[in-house]
Ligand binder design. Sequence first.
Ligand code: ZN
Length: 290
Amino acid sequence: MIKNLEKKLKKRSPLRKFGAMVSLVTTLMFSGIGANATEPGKMCIVLDDAGSTLRSYENLKKLKKQNVPLTIAVMPNSPYDLNSLDELTNYDNAEILLHQQMEPQRFNDCSWLQKGLELTLRNKKQEYNPKIHAAIYSWDTPEMAVKILGNNIEKLNDYLININSDKRILGFNNHMGSEVTRHPDIMTALAEYAKKNNLYVLDSLTTSDSVLHDISKKIGHSNTFERNGLFLDNNVKKTRPLEFLEKYKVGIENGNSYILIGHIDNDVTVNDIIIFYNNGNKLSRLSEMK
Ligand SMILES: [Zn+2]
């Protein structure tokens, strides 16, 4: 993931000619590009995979107790998706996204990718059943992709309405998707749907080849974002998320804003976010990143 982001930043950085690229990219990642010195930037943390495991559900309760300002991405048709919505409905400082499952690269060769995509996999020959299926595959037509996204959002929103919640699904980001997000036809259809329905688009950028954010911008959808910071828990054994979070503070003071992604079923990530917030650091939700 870091490699992908580095590749993308390399493409964009005007300083690419100078110095060792990896260290430069790492420096840019934390100190920011195009600083606006007049006022500090913002940090938004999106926590993915809500609903996927019991641990994700327990960690959500922990974050709610502290009312940490976060954007929580709920995975539809997952074991704890609806329980997570029960918690989120009165978690004041949380915003909710749909964590839209999308086929990754090397999907057919990796059993762990297959296991992590959705509970009941769908193949080309099977008919889509919204009760058990939730993921978008690269062989889906753009119309089918929109239908799946729409059904997933509707299902979660219907539940929120049923429990008299004031909250709604504000938009979506991609779960996996290194294959699907490279497909311009599917991404155009999803971006058009998001624009029409006033939904936020967040490109998780699981591949530097993703076209979701670029297409969304091109069609004039103003509420579109992409991850421009690290995946917080990429390698927690080597670097603690808290260490990464602290490093972004310099860039924020210099006027840069960051959207980072972590995983709610990762205890270290969740505990470090709580520590970071309780140390007095300001966190913003996705809607505040405009
Ligand atoms: Zn995910």
